[in-house]
Ligand binder design. Structure first.
Ligand SMILES: Cc1cc2nc3c(=O)[nH]c(=O)nc-3n(C[C@H](O)[C@H](O)[C@H](O)COP(=O)(O)OP(=O)(O)OC[C@H]3O[C@@H](n4cnc5c(N)ncnc54)[C@H](O)[C@@H]3O)c2cc1C
Length: 464
């Protein structure tokens, strides 16, 4: 059952909280460590694993969604047990959990929107980008219906999430029907009236946070004419330096220049990227969004921008704020509410930023370093955390668990009637989603209803 182990010490039992990429990579590294046998229970609040790969990565990015195939190999390992549909901090307290494990690793990621404080942000058609992502990616915790009656739409934020939101709004429902989107999402997207999508960022091309692949991909749809105003292409010495220092940033600049210089493409939908436009107010009439006011900025010579005082009002009927994700605190675990992460020193949880470690608690992924970076980054990050955990174990720094045996936690869950899901359950849910997709010639069609997901995972007859 174990891979290479070199000590005769009893196995370490570790709880990893959050079955997104960070939690799965951390589990894998713990199991494969080669020093000591480690048995991992991977807790997940959703009935299905994979975190933002399932509920963040856009449905028209099947290659990225396909990363789950390689994560399957990890979850298939006998030293790893998935316990889904359990929210740590609510269904089980961290204190209770610690009785069953020698160490706990938090990899709880981020799922909500970071706040944007501009006037009008609370208007009904001012939407959080993360909420829209949760809707179109079929996350049962988010709204099932979406008002897509706006013809002109603004997206605030020049990062990849902004591009995802803008692209989904600019594509047609039928272009997306080949993906895994659930029926309710397809039905809403069919009613989408948006013909103009405007993406706004306060800085210039050399500071935009897009990645080249995602920026280039916008142009792959025959339905989208991507536009950049040539006046929005500007560089100062610091910007030139940024281009020289990063091949990826240089490519982003080249792609934006290409969009700015070419002849317009004939397409029913326009997606315009506006640079050097700082959103300052969402405009309202009779309680509804009627526009977005931006202030023109200019490079300050150091790669930053200053305001010019020149404002423009853009007629739009909906605004999507894609200004970043935000992690949430877990009851019983220190949280730094300034930077919205668990305070930590390279992965060891601290009682407060810069303070003492809490023995036996660790963090990895977005909850450790904030909501930045791609799936691949969570792997190296997990290595740093798990190396620390194993070093602490070797030095006797962990407080040993009270309960022995893998069944103890299962008995605890069953005594409390917690309807937990398992890895075998994921196979059942997965095959059901695939079967639904195959009926329509698609690889998968997602099931959105929470109870339905649980019923398939637990092999309980589904009543709908
Ligand atoms: C909209 C969007 C699109 C993206 N697209 C791409 C892309 O195309 N390519 C790419 O490489 N990266 C992409 N990323 C980035 C990628 O998703 C992240 O780098 C990665 O998911 C972070 O991993 P994580 O495990 O730290 O967090 P998450 O993926 O958020 O996983 C955290 C898990 O913890 C669970 N959890 C949270 N709290 C609890 C609790 N109390 N108890 C139990 N479980 C809990 C959550 O349900 C979740 O499953 C995208 C991100 C977003 C937001």
């Amino acid at each position: 059952m174990t891979e290479k182990t070199t000590t005769s010490l009893p196995p370490l039992r570790v709880a990893v909280i959050g079955a997104g990429p960070a939690g799965i990579y951390a589990s894998d590294q713990l199991i494969r460590n080669g020093e000591r046998e480690v048995l991992v229970d991977l807790f997940e609040q959703m009935p299905a694993p994979f975190g933002l790969i399932r509920y963040g990565v856009a449905p028209d990015h099947p290659r990225i969604k396909g990363i789950v195939k390689s994560l399957h190999n990890v979850l298939d390992k006998p030293q790893l047990r998935l316990l889904g549909n359990i929210e740590i901090g609510r269904d089980i307290t961290v204190e209770q959990l610690r009785d069953y494990y020698d160490a706990v690793v938090f990899s709880t990621g981020a799922v909500r929107d970071r706040a944007l404080n501009i006037k009008g942000v609370d208007l009904p058609e001012s939407y959080g980008g993360a909420d829209f992502v949760g809707f179109y990616d079929g996350n049962p915790r988010f709204d099932r219906d979406w008002d897509l009656s706006a013809k002109q739409v603004a997206v605030i934020g020049v990062g990849n999430v902004g591009l995802d939101v803008a692209r989904i709004l600019a594509k047609t429902a039928d272009e997306l029907k080949v993906t895994e989107i659930p029926d309710n999402v397809y039905e809403s997207l069919k009613k989408n009236q948006a013909t103009e999508v405007h993406v706004f960022g306060r800085r210039g091309p050399a500071q935009a946070k897009f990645t080249p692949h995602e920026l280039k991909e916008l142009d792959h749809s025959d339905n989208i004419n991507v536009v950049v105003d040539p006046e929005d292409i500007d560089y100062d010495e610091a910007s030139e330096q940024a281009r020289r220092g990063s091949k990826s940033q240089d490519l982003v600049c080249q792609i934006l220049e290409g969009y700015a210089l070419r002849e317009p493409k004939i397409a029913p939908h326009t997606l315009q990227i506006h640079l050097f436009e700082q959103p300052t107010e969402i405009l309202e009439k009779d309680g509804h969004v009627v526009g977005l006011r931006t202030e023109r900025t200019a490079l300050d010579g150091n790669g930053g921008v200053t305001s010019t005082g020149r404002t423009t009002d853009w007629p739009v009927q909906a605004v999507y704020r894609a200004v970043g994700y935000r992690s949430e605190a877990i009851e019983g675990v220190p949280f730094d509410s300034q930077s919205n992460v668990i305070p930590n020193d390279g992965g060891r949880v601290l009682t407060a930023p810069g303070a003492q470690p809490v023995p036996g608690l660790y963090a990895t992924g977005w909850i450790k370093r904030g909501p930045i970076g791609l799936i691949g980054n969570t792997k190296s990050d997990a290595k740093q955390t798990t190396d620390m955990l194993l070093a602490d174990a070797a030095e006797g720094q962990l407080s040993p668990r009270l309960h022995e045996g893998p069944e103890a936690i299962v008995e605890f869950l069953e005594q409390r009637n917690i309807a937990y899901t398992t890895w075998e359950g994921w196979y059942r849910l997965d095959s059901q989603e695939r079967a639904l997709g195959q009926e329509e010639g698609r690889e998968r069609k997602k099931i959105v209803d929470w109870e339905e997901m649980v019923s398939h995972a637990r092999a309980i007859p589904v009543c709908i």
